[in-house]
Design a binder for this molecule. Structure first.
Ligand SMILES: Nc1ncnc2c1ncn2[C@@H]1O[C@H](COP(=O)(O)OP(=O)(O)OP(=O)(O)O)[C@@H](O)[C@H]1O
Ligand SMILES: [Mg+2]
Length: 466
């Protein structure tokens, strides 16, 4: 819990003590100063960082607006409210320009003042939260966190450097699974012009059409069965920030038309509402599918494709830039050393050869997972080659005839012939086989939800009935 701290800058002792008494009663921690000089000492030297500053405009030793102007660059996220004398319009205008929360004419009712102060406190708290969050995110998602010295990676980084400096309306990030599309999207947001505002993310493949629509556009209570409360959609939540539509290629065609309209008009309507709401969002869409090919087959709307494709960023597959392994492997090994308190410092030649020869269909995510496993299972300073478990390219999976099943369970060989992903795929396939491809029944069998399973089924390109 943040404490509510209030600084009152007021030279009329009677007024300031009345205000202090009032706000202390509602749990504010109040400090009073009676001059500009004292205020400056409190805010600057004592680094008092109040949530709200309530200040008289004219004080015996100067104007409080000059103080705000002077301290602004170094102040935390305090909201300022000014108490003004009758008719000081010019001052009020300047107050707003300087980013004051509001001003109120003296004399005013405590009730009105309280409302203002509460509003200012909410605003200051929100700013602080966002700033704390953005500060941690920003350091995670800078362009330099994209590792790799290959020319493809250098080109990608310089492209991103250019793009983050322009106010693009929409953009598509494409690339195979696990290449780093999500990471690119986060970098674009957190290093870009909208980093102060939210990044709102949704995976279009993870939800059935109706739910996805409700999530994106929001709804009024009673818009459909189950819509109990009004819900602000993701477009609204992303206002002034970025909406990240992951796996856009999986979006249903008629939802695509609705999305197109929203993107073109920058206005949306909640389901069950007549009122249009303006939204200012930048769209980043990601896909691991060939959208051009989907367009030519009539599975993706051409107009939406062109609308989104203002800028296209292709993240290259790992096998096309294997030289990046030189930087990626040590980096991931170091990360997992840290996470699991291991101390793997040598990568034997034999391991290097296997890593270099492998095709990496799951790209960086697969590499990361393989290295996580190896570090976790390491017994010393060498990366354990036996836990790499990489299939040479082109060779059929060795497990084809090995897996037996019986009704109650499954047999999965733990001899390194299956990666974790292959195991997951195999388990899901087996559940579908046993339920005659019925997703609901298979989801029950696996103790998961239909939505999660549906997503996995699409991810692994399995067949099922919905
Ligand atoms: N160049 C890179 N340097 C360091 N880490 C990377 C790089 N590219 C990707 N990663 C890491 O690899 C993992 C996979 O990346 P990400 O989730 O962004 O891939 P994706 O393309 O969105 O995958 P999917 O298609 O499955 O959604 C993440 O942990 C990410 O941080
Ligand atoms: Mg992703």
């Amino acid at each position: 819990m943040m404490t509510n701290t209030l600084l009152i800058i007021e030279d009329e002792a009677l007024l300031s003590s009345e205000l202090a008494r009032f706000f202390r009663k509602s749990d504010w921690e109040v400090s009073i100063v009676n001059s500009i000089q004292q205020a400056e000492i409190a805010l600057r030297e004592e680094q008092f960082d109040p949530l709200v500053v309530l200040s008289d405009m004219n004080l015996p030793d100067g104007n409080a607006l000059d103080l705000l102007d002077k301290l602004k660059p170094e102040l935390g996220n305090s909201e300022w409210i000014f108490l003004t004398g009758y008719g000081s319009v010019a001052d009020s205008v300047r107050a707003v320009r300087l980013g004051a929360y509001d001003f109120i004419e003296k004399p005013c009712s405590l009730e009105r003042l309280n409302l203002l102060v509460e509003g200012a406190a909410r605003s200051a708290r929100a700013q602080r939260r966002l700033q704390a969050q953005t500060a941690t995110q920003n350091s995670h998602y800078s362009i330099t966190s994209l590792i790799g010295n290959s020319s493809a990676m250098q080109a990608l980084r310089s492209m991103l450097t250019q793009v983050i400096n322009v106010p693009f309306s929409s953009l598509i990030v494409s690339g195979e699974t696990g290449t780093g599309k999500g990471m690119v999207a986060r970098i674009l947001h957190y290093s870009g012009r909208r980093s102060h505002a939210p990044l709102v993310e949704i995976n279009c493949a993870a939800l059935p059409r109706e739910l996805l629509e409700a999530e994106l556009f929001g709804y009024e209570s009673g818009a459909f069965t189950g819509a109990k409360k009004r819900h602000r959609g993701l477009f609204e939540q992303a206002h002034t920030g970025t909406l990240f539509l992951d796996e856009i290629g999986e979006m249903d065609l008629d939802l695509q038309s609705k999305l197109l309209k929203a993107v073109e008009d920058l206005r949306i309507r909640r389901l069950g509402s007549e009122t249009e709401i303006s939204v200012d969002v930048q769209i980043i869409a990601a896909t691991n599918l060939d959208l051009v090919e989907k367009v030519s087959r009539g599975l993706f709307r051409r107009d939406l494709y062109h609308r989104l494709n203002v800028i296209n960023i292709l993240v290259p597959a790992l096998r096309e830039r294997k030289q990046d392994l030189q930087q990626l492997v040590p980096q991931f090994v170091a990360t997992y050393n840290r996470k699991s308190s291991k101390n793997v410092i040598t990568i034997p030649d034999e391991a290097w050869q296997l890593i270099q020869a492998y095709d990496w269909p799951g790209n960086i995510r697969e590499l990361r997972n393989v290295l996580e496993r190896c570090v976790l299972l390491a017994n010393g300073q060498n990366l354990p080659t036996e836990w790499l478990q990489l299939q040479p390219p082109g060779k059929a999976p060795a497990h084809a005839g090995l897996i037996n099943s019986n009704q109650a369970g499954l047999f999965i060989p733990l001899d390194g012939s299956l990666s974790l992903h292959e195991m997951e795929k195999f388990i899901i396939q087996e559940a579908l086989n046993r339920t005659d491809a019925n997703v609901t029944a298979a989801a029950r069998m696996l103790g998961t939800t239909r939505e999660t399973l549906r997503y996995r089924v699409q991810k692994y390109h399995l067949k099922c009935k919905f």
